[in-house]
Design a protein around this ligand. Structure first.
Ligand code: URA
Length: 213
């Protein structure tokens, strides 16, 4: 299936990501191992997605002399799409302990398909920040698209979606509704089934990560 314009989608190529993804897909993987590989693949996705972040030079004093160092030019903001996006926060806090983590709680009305905002705790002005929106499974793209709309309403202009697995349907929707948003994923799968699960996918990420099967 055609995922739409490819320019905004990066499927990372890394042996460790492929290794972890196969373990995440395996129905027999126990929770502890699933969590470990979720953290591993999240770290690899975040490393790729932040490769080109702007940095500023500064002088560092070493025990011997001084050296030129670099620091991130602008603080990063990470926003998990609840609930399963929370699974990807550990990796970003390990890699960048100062990262601001914001929360947007959205609930979809099944009849109107409109998203109702029930929780909102993110910086008031996101215009100066690179923003990572975290959702391990980009399926229909509905929750991701609603979250992106709220993030943009707060002024965000530099937005990257981090998804472990993406479906062509979700990619198309994000490309259509938020064409400036970059998507980083470890795999673009085949399609969605009748229950909007990604095929072949890995099942319900939140249930497997939080052990709520
Ligand atoms: N969310 C999941 O956790 N899994 C899917 O396959 C689709 C949405």
């Amino acid at each position: 299936m055609n995922a739409g314009p490819a320019a905004k989608v990066t499927v990372i190529k890394h042996a460790l990501a492929s290794h972890s993804l196969a373990i995440l897909r395996n129905v027999d993987t126990p929770t502890g191992i699933f969590r470990w590989h979720s953290d591993q693949i999240a770290g690899l996705l975040i490393a790729e997605a932040t490769r080109e972040l702007a940095t500023r030079e500064y002088e560092v004093t070493t025990p011997l002399t001084t050296a030129r160092g670099e620091r991130l030019a602008r603080p990063l903001v990470a926003i998990p799409v609840l609930r399963s996006g929370i699974a990807l926060i550990g990796a970003i806090q390990r890699m960048l302990p100062d990262t601001v983590v914001g929360f947007i709680g959205l609930e979809r009305d099944e009849e109107t398909a409109k998203a109702h905002l029930y929780y909102h705790k993110i910086p008031a002005d996101l215009s100066g920040h690179p923003v990572l929106v975290l959702d391990p499974m980009l399926a229909t793209g509905g929750s991701m698209s609603d979250t992106l709309s709220h993030v943009r309403a707060q002024g965000a202009k530099d937005i990257t979606a981090i998804c472990v697995v993406a479906a062509p349907e979700g990619i198309r929707r994000i490309n259509d509704e938020h064409p400036d948003v970059r998507i980083f994923t470890a795999a673009v799968d085949s399609h969605l089934d009748d229950n909007w699960y990604i095929v072949p996918g890995l099942g319900d990420y939140g249930d497997r990560y939080f052990n709520t099967l």
